[in-house]
Every structure is written in structure tokens, then in C-alpha cells.
Design a protein around this ligand. Structure first.
Ligand code: GLN
Length: 545
């Protein structure tokens, strides 16, 4: 029988429910259990694919092409379970499916209502996650308890334990225990109120995970336990970690959360082996090199917009035992202030994916700077397309070469719409999405980094390299290091005679894991470390002479 853990959040948003849920998933997996993770989001958009990164942060793409919430990135990075479309539902999807059933007449003339029709639909998407091959399903409910839009989800998870048995469900509530400076005290009242609201709905949490900046005392925890009607052992402290997110699972173990869950759900767990993660932290704490990498994007100021990119850079840093300072550079600033001023001193430059014209010329300038100065460069999706534009203009001498996404009438559309996109009018879920194979040139940098002939990577784009220009680019030195198996689509470009100039049409960041850095990120960071070592060497020689 599959057991279910429901994770809710209270008091404020951004408590890190995703990271906590992912950490729990990882701990249970390390204890030999088969875990599946799911996120239910109360907003009405069908998926985050059409939302601005300002609103929602990055869109995380799965193998099956679904465009999902960025918390699914945490799940994939922390656990080994395959994620699919079923792992992320929104209010929009739930209603869409109920309304489609209503149009087909499947409700047999009944009035269709939130209870039971919407709640039944929610319960069915949760139930779908269980099965003989799964011990535990962790379902995270987005939003904050008290939001109007979360109510159907909370009602559904309340009913769920009636359907499958209370002993098979565990309700975990993440809450904030703020510190009031003036009183020099931690305050438990917001937690009491938030749990009060949950209990009003009919959910008595089994475990409270208390996010706090300052450590809670036994007395604080006893007070929370008493007012919230949970045993004191089930009040778990989760103090802020300023060093690294990889401390989170370890601190949950220190506070015995995994033990508590295993006991409460009566799970057939083995003992815990957390050494890979403590080793990882050890490497992170004892770096052998310190380097800096500039990420030049449209939304540089917004740290969630390129979440998986930053994570993948960190993974590669841990792989090479390098501490990496990431400079978040807004590409539009480069247009105003120049690449030299904003990018000098960085050991590597990365241009991530994106949409829209703002800052494009800044990205092109950043890429030219990296190419001309021999600075390791990594372009991803739009970053690759900008690298093609830059090379087209400066090396192939195609005046005003551009992408037809940004200049419909350009004389040289070196990037153009994919054939399959010609007649697409609907915005949501219509790009070239998800897992696609790429055939590699084994002699290229990326071929060597992957060490194989073919790879699967995830895509999310409408535009591509224009094949009409392939010969001209090749004649001018560009290497097409990866294409679709039939050779029809360019997936990887490289500029030889450069320490590391690699740009890809896909999104490798979605497949990087803390314990297994992505080969291309690892190659890029290695080149950046080499640049750093070479520079240190030159500086030393100069100071001696
Ligand atoms: N806007 C570009 C396209 O649609 C790039 C997309 C991306 O970077 N994800 O092809």
C-alpha cells in the first residue's frame, strides 16, 4: 500500500517547501524506499509555460515535454525518481479536465461543483501517483494555507485520508517562527494561527517543520506542540542555511525528521546512508580554486529565473572542487556600459535561454567579448542563437544577421522558425518540447565531454539554426558538433581555436545533479578553472620579474 505525505505551507510564501519536500524525498530514498514526488499548484494557468519569469521564475521542462514548476527541478536534483506530466497539476488543469468531462456529458446531468467534482479530480491525480512500485508519494501543495485558491486542494487532501485510511497519510506543515528583535524572542503565534486554519478545514498536521532564523529552544517547541496539538518530537526546527542548500537534508536528519516519518507511516525503511551528501558538503567547504562566472541574461536580477542554470554551475563547481562566484549581469546593462566594463575579470561567461528582444544586443556583445578574448563561453538555447548571430555578423560577414524572432525582415535570418512551428498559433505547450536525441561529433569538445555518440537532452524553443547558412558558417570555421540524428537540426555549435566556446540549442541545466554534474557544465567550469590558474601563473611570473 502506497503511503502519502502531504506538505503544506503557512504564514508566508517562499518558505522553501519545494526544497524541504525534495530533501525528505532524498532521505527516504537513501533509506531504501521508492519515492515519487508531486506538486499541486493553486493558480489558474494550465501550466507555467506561458508565465513571465518575473511571476514564476524558470519553467522546468521534463523529458516528456511538460512545462512545470521549478520545484520539480529540486525533486529531480535530489531524488532519482522519473518525473512526468502527472507530477505537476494546477487548478487550471484540474478545471480544464472537469469541464471537458462535463462537455462530454460524463456527469449525467448532475450539477458540477467544487465538492465533489473538483475535489474528486484532485484526489484522482494524487491516487494516480501510487502503485505497487511506489512506497511513498510526497505531494506538495503550492501557495499558503489561508489563500482562497488553495481551499479545494486542502479539502481534497483532507478527504484523501478518509479514502485510504488516516494511518496511510502524513500531513506535514511548514511554518515560519519569526524572531522579534525588540523582544529578543522567537514568536510562535503565526504558527498557532496557521495550524488553527488548517484544523478549521479539518486537517490536523502530524509534523510541523518550523523555519527560523534563530534556533528554537525546547520551551519554544513545547509551546508550539501544546497549542498546535502535536507531540513535541514532531516539532522540527529547520533553521536558515546561509552556506548551502545541501545542508538542508543533513539538518533534517539531525532533527530526526526521517526517523519520525518512517515510524509514523510504518515504512519498511533501511538505515540511512547520507555519506555522499556529507562528502559533497565537505568538498564545498574546502574548495581548491575560486573562480567567477558571469551569467548574462534578461532577468539577471531575479534569482529564480535561471534557477537550474545556477544550480548546474554549482554542481560543476563541486565536481572540480571550485568555489564559484556567480555574477548576475543584466544583458541590457551591457548595451549601456559595454562588455569590457561589466565582464572583465570573469573566468567564464554563460548566456542562458530566453524570449523577447530586450537585451539581445547586450548578449551578442558579451559573446563577442568571450570569443575574442578567449574566455570560456557556454551558450544555452537563446544563448546559442545569439552566438550564431554574433558569428554570422562578425566572422561570416553577413551584415545585420539576426533571428527572425527579433527582426522579421532581416536580410540574413541565420536563426529562423522551425518548420513544425510555421502554422502554430496557440501559445501554451506548443514549442518543440522535451527529450530529443542529439548525434555528436566525437572529436568536438562536447563529444569528448559527453564521451558518447548520442545523447538525449531537453528542448524548449520555436527557432533554430537556418540550414541555408550551414556551409558558409562551416567554411568560416564554425563546427557543428551535434545535430538531430537525421542531421536536419543543428543542436550544438563550437568555435575551434578557443579554450571553450560551446553553445547548445537544448537545456542541459535540467539534467544536472549535485552528485553528477552535467558533462558540458563540468567542461565549461574546467575551462574556467584553467583560465584562472593560467592567469594566476602569469601574475606570479610578472611579480617575480
Ligand atoms: N526564443 C528562442 C526560441 O523560441 C529561444 C528559446 C529558449 O531560449 N528557451 O527558439
Amino acid at each position: 500500500m502506497t503511503k502519502h505525505i502531504f506538505v503544506t505551507g503557512g504564514v508566508v510564501s517562499s518558505l522553501g517547501k519545494g526544497l524541504t519536500s525534495a530533501s525528505i524525498g532524498m532521505l527516504l530514498e537513501q533509506r531504501g524506499l521508492r519515492v515519487r514526488m508531486q506538486k499541486l499548484d493553486p493558480y489558474i494557468n494550465v501550466d507555467p509555460g506561458t508565465m513571465s519569469p518575473y511571476q514564476h521564475g524558470e519553467v522546468y521542462v521534463l523529458d516528456d515535454g511538460s512545462e512545470t514548476d521549478l520545484d520539480l527541478g529540486h525533486y529531480e536534483r535530489f531524488t532519482s525518481g522519473e518525473l512526468s506530466r502527472d507530477c505537476n497539476y494546477t487548478t487550471g488543469q484540474i478545471y480544464l479536465s472537469v469541464i471537458e468531462k462535463e462537455r462530454k456529458g460524463l456527469f449525467l446531468g448532475k450539477t458540477v461543483q467544487v465538492i465533489p467534482h473538483i475535489t474528486n479530480e484532485i484526489k484522482s491525480v494524487i491516487k494516480r501517483m501510487g502503485g505497487d512500485d511506489v512506497d511513498v508519494v510526497i505531494t506538495e501543495i503550492g501557495g499558503t494555507v489561508g489563500d482562497i485558491e488553495s481551499l479545494p486542494f486542502l479539502e481534497a487532501i483532507r478527504q484523501f485520508s478518509l479514502d485510504v485510511g488516516r494511518e496511510n497519510c502524513l500531513y506535514m506543515h511548514l511554518t515560519l517562527v519569526p524572531y522579534l528583535k525588540a523582544a529578543d524572542e522567537l514568536k510562535t503565534k503565526p504558527t498557532q494561527h496557521s495550524v488553527g486554519q488548517l484544523r478549521e478545514i479539518g486537517i490536523q498536521p502530524d509534523v510541523l517543520v518550523c523555519r527560523c532564523e534563530h534556533s528554537t529552544s525546547r520551551e519554544d517547541r513545547e509551546k508550539i506542540a501544546l497549542f498546535c496539538n502535536v507531540p513535541v518530537e514532531a516539532v522540527i526546527e529547520e533553521k536558515d542555511k546561509d552556506f548551502s542548500i545541501y545542508e538542508v537534508p543533513i539538518s533534517l536528519v539531525d532533527n530526526k525528521l526521517d526517523e519520525l516519518i518512517v515510524k509514523k507511516l510504518n515504512l519498511p525503511a533501511s538505515s540511512l546512508d547520507i555519506t555522499p551528501w556529507t562528502d559533497l558538503l565537505h568538498r564545498l567547504r574546502n574548495p581548491r580554486h575560486e573562480i567567477s562566472i558571469a551569467v548574462v541574461g534578461k532577468y539577471a536580477e531575479h534569482k529564480d529565473a535561471y534557477k537550474s542554470i545556477y544550480e548546474a554551475i554549482d554542481h560543476a563547481g563541486m565536481h572540480h572542487q571550485a568555489q564559484i562566484r556567480i555574477g548576475r549581469i543584466q544583458s541590457a546593462d551591457i548595451e549601456r556600459e559595454g562588455a569590457e566594463r561589466l565582464l572583465s575579470g570573469y573566468h567564464g561567461i554563460l548566456v542562458p535561454g530566453g524570449f523577447g528582444e530586450r537585451g539581445i544586443e547586450g548578449k551578442v556583445q558579451a559573446i563577442r567579448f568571450a570569443r575574442e578574448r578567449g574566455i570560456p563561453f557556454f551558450g544555452i538555447c537563446l544563448g546559442m542563437q545569439c552566438a550564431v548571430i554574433e558569428y554570422g555578423r562578425d566572422v561570416v560577414k553577413l551584415e545585420n544577421a539576426h533571428s527572425s524572432e527579433f527582426d522579421k525582415d532581416t536580410a540574413h535570418p541565420v536563426i529562423c522558425l522551425l518548420d513544425e512551428q510555421q502554422n502554430v498559433t496557440q501559445m501554451g505547450g506548443t514549442m518543440r518540447l522535451g527529450k530529443q536525441p542529439t548525434k555528436l561529433d566525437r572529436h568536438s569538445l562536447s563529444g569528448k565531454a559527453y564521451g558518447t555518440d548520442e545523447v538525449d537532452e531537453r528542448h524548449r524553443h520555436r527557432y533554430e539554426f537556418n540550414n541555408k547558412y550551414r556551409q558558409q558558417f562551416e567554411a568560416n570555421g564554425m563546427r557543428f558538433a551535434g545535430t538531430s540524428p537525421d542531421g536536419g537540426l543543428v543542436e550544438i555549435i563550437e568555435v575551434p581555436d578557443h579554450p571553450w566556446f560551446v553553445a547548445v540549442q537544448f537545456h542541459p541545466e535540467f539534467k544536472s545533479k549535485p552528485l553528477k554534474a552535467h558533462p558540458l557544465f563540468a567542461g565549461f567550469v574546467e575551462a574556467a578553472v584553467e583560465r584562472h590558474l593560467k592567469r594566476a601563473d602569469t601574475e606570479e611570473k610578472q611579480s617575480i620579474s
